[in-house]
Design a protein around this ligand. Structure first.
Ligand SMILES: *[C@@H]1O[C@H](CO)[C@@H](O)[C@H](O)[C@H]1NC(C)=O
Ligand SMILES: *[C@@H]1O[C@H](CO)[C@@H](O)[C@H](O)[C@H]1NC(C)=O
Length: 175
């Protein structure tokens, strides 16, 4: 009995975890990852509330851009020579692993200086409001943001599985 109860709690917990994670944020929304000065990435990031488990998606033409994760100092000075991570596919999805800041810039000459850099501030709790980071980005023209798309793939399957297990266990209790 205790084992069955533990199993139920475990699977419900798994389902709850699945529900709370995985919002996909496409950097720059429809404009994507660009050096054209059409996206204010600082504003874009400030209006989001990033959490552990969310996915940051960079889309761009890999001939002209890339994505480098750098330190805060290298972010401020647009120095791409010591990347912590480098992404070059043109469709890079990066899963947020922990709270804190993730600093990204484009490593192509002049692009970071033109504003192709983004500071992803990942909140610790689930209800913390995002706040703008210190002023260290050139801010070209205004941008318009659309709501983040939600990643529902697999969620229904997970819930269905959990419910099926609960039903099986409960029918076991009832016999
Ligand atoms: C970038 O960082 C490296 C290593 O920290 C340093 O040697 C180099 O001078 C820096 N480049 C610029 C342009 O600041
Ligand atoms: C880009 O990656 C996302 C997430 O991995 C995927 O859903 C999408 O189909 C990919 N798009 C292209 C054009 O490859």
């Amino acid at each position: 009995m205790a084992l069955l109860k533990s199993a139920i709690i475990f699977f419900l917990g798994m389902a709850a975890l699945q529900v709370s994670i995985a919002t996909v944020y496409k950097v720059g929304d429809s404009a994507g990852w660009t050096a054209m000065g059409t996206v204010d990435y600082k504003k874009w990031a400030a209006e989001k509330n990033f959490h552990v488990g969310d996915i940051i998606l960079f889309t761009y033409n890999a001939q002209y851009h890339n994505v480098k994760q750098v330190s805060h100092d290298d972010f401020k000075s647009c120095n791409a020579s010591n990347p912590l991570a480098t992404y070059t596919t043109g469709n890079d999805s990066i899963t947020i692993k922990k709270p804190g800041h993730l600093f990204f810039l484009c490593g192509f000459p002049g692009h970071c200086e033109a504003g192709q850099k983004v500071d992803i501030r990942v909140s610790r709790g689930s209800s913390m409001a995002p706040s703008p980071s210190p002023s260290d980005a050139m801010a070209p023209g205004p941008s318009h943001n659309s709501a983040p798309s939600h990643h529902l793939k697999g969620l229904l399957g997970q819930l269905g599985l959990a419910l099926a297990i609960v039903v099986v266990c409960l029918s076991g209790f009832a016999y």
